[in-house]
Design a protein around this ligand. Structure first.
Ligand code: DHB
Ligand code: FE
Length: 295
C-alpha cells in the first residue's frame, strides 16, 4: 500500500530560480526565505519519499485561456519544463509514474471528479521551483511525480471546499494503491499576492497567518470563504492557496505541523513554507493491536 507520509506547502515565485542559478541563497534578501527549507531538507532526507503528488496551477505553459481544465492529472513517463520567459534556466525533466497516475485517475473519476487526463504535459515554475527548493543541487530529483493542475487563473475557479475534497479523494486513492510507496503531497503557490491591477503588490499578513493556522488545525473552517471573498483577502494570485487546500485534504491521517516559515516579500509575494507529518491512523491502530497480541 502506498503510504502518505506528509505534506509540504510552498510558494513557487519564479525569481527563486534566478536566485538559485546565481547562488544567492545566503544573500540578506534571500537568506530568511531559503533557511526556511533546512528543516524540510532534514525531514526529506530522513523520510525519503518515493513519490510526490504535486498540486499546483499552470500559468500558461501547458494550458492557456483558450482551453483550461479545472482539474488535470498528469499520466506521463516524464514531464518537461520549457522557457517560460522569466529569465531563469529551463529545469531538468522530472520522472513520472504512469501506473500510479492511472490509478489516481480511475479512482477520481469513480469518485465523480471528471478530471482532464494528460499523457503529455509540460510543467511550469509552479512545479519546478518547489522541487528545486525541496531537493536542491544538480542531481536528478529522487522522486517521481504525479502533477495535479488546478485552475487558479480563469474564473470561475473551483471552491476551497471542492479542492479539499479533491485532495481527500486522492488521499483515499493513494491508500488503495497496491505498491509499497512512500508519498509526500505538495501544494504550491500563495500566500497573499497580487501581480497586476490596482492592488498590484497587495499582501495581507494577518489573513496569511489565519490561513496557515487553520490549515494546520481546522482546515474545514476555510471553506466558508467563497473565491471572490478569498481574492479580496489574499489578492488575485493569493487564491493559489486552493492548491494548499488540496494538499491538506490528501493528508488522511492524524496531521502534525512540524515546521513553518513565513517571510515578506519574495518578489511580490508573501512567501510561506509549511511541513506536515501525516500519521496514518489505521496503521497505528494495527501496529498497536499487533503489539498487544505479542505481549
Ligand atoms: C510571482 C508569484 C507567482 O505566484 C507567480 O506565479 C509568478 C510571479 C511573483 O511574486 O513575482
Ligand atoms: Fe503563481
Amino acid at each position: 500500500m502506498a503510504r502518505i507520509i506528509g505534506g509540504i506547502g510552498t510558494t513557487h515565485v519564479p525569481s527563486i530560480g534566478k536566485a538559485i542559478a546565481e547562488g544567492k541563497q545566503n544573500d540578506p534578501y534571500w537568506r530568511p526565505f531559503f533557511s526556511g527549507f533546512d528543516r524540510v531538507h532534514e525531514w526529506l532526507s530522513r523520510e525519503k519519499p518515493d513519490v510526490a503528488v504535486v498540486f499546483y496551477n499552470d500559468h500558461g505553459l501547458n494550458f492557456f485561456l483558450d482551453k483550461l481544465p479545472t482539474f488535470a492529472v498528469g499520466a506521463a513517463a516524464e514531464y518537461r519544463n520549457e522557457d517560460e520567459g522569466w529569465g531563469i534556466p529551463v529545469s531538468q525533466a522530472v520522472a513520472g509514474i504512469p501506473d500510479l497516475s492511472w490509478h489516481l485517475i480511475d479512482r477520481l473519476v469513480a469518485d465523480e471528479f471528471d478530471i482532464t487526463m494528460c499523457q503529455d504535459m509540460l510543467v511550469d515554475h509552479a512545479v519546478t521551483i518547489p522541487l528545486s527548493l525541496m531537493w536542491p543541487g544538480p542531481a536528478r530529483y529522487p522522486v517521481k511525480i504525479v502533477p495535479v493542475a488546478i485552475n487558479t487563473v480563469q474564473h470561475p475557479l473551483p471552491s476551497l471546499a471542492r479542492c479539499f475534497k479533491l485532495g481527500q479523494s486522492i488521499g483515499r486513492a493513494l491508500e488503495t494503491y497496491d505498491r509499497d510507496l512512500k508519498v509526500v503531497v505538495v501544494g504550491t503557490g500563495g500566500l497573499s499576492h497580487q501581480l497586476d491591477g490596482e492592488r498590484a503588490g497587495f499582501i495581507n499578513k494577518e489573513f496569511d497567518q489565519l490561513c496557515m493556522n487553520a490549515l494546520a488545525n481546522e482546515p474545514e473552517t476555510l471553506m466558508r470563504y467563497s473565491i471572490p471573498q478569498f481574492v479580496e483577502h489574499s489578492g488575485a494570485q493569493g487564491v493559489e492557496f486552493i492548491n494548499w487546500m488540496a494538499m491538506r485534504g490528501a493528508l488522511t491521517g492524524k496531521v502534525l505541523e512540524l515546521h513553518r516559515n513565513y517571510h515578506i516579500p519574495i518578489s511580490n509575494t508573501a512567501a510561506a513554507t509549511m511541513l506536515f507529518e501525516n500519521r496514518p491512523v489505521a496503521a497505528r491502530l494495527q501496529s498497536r493491536s499487533a503489539d498487544l497480541a505479542l505481549s
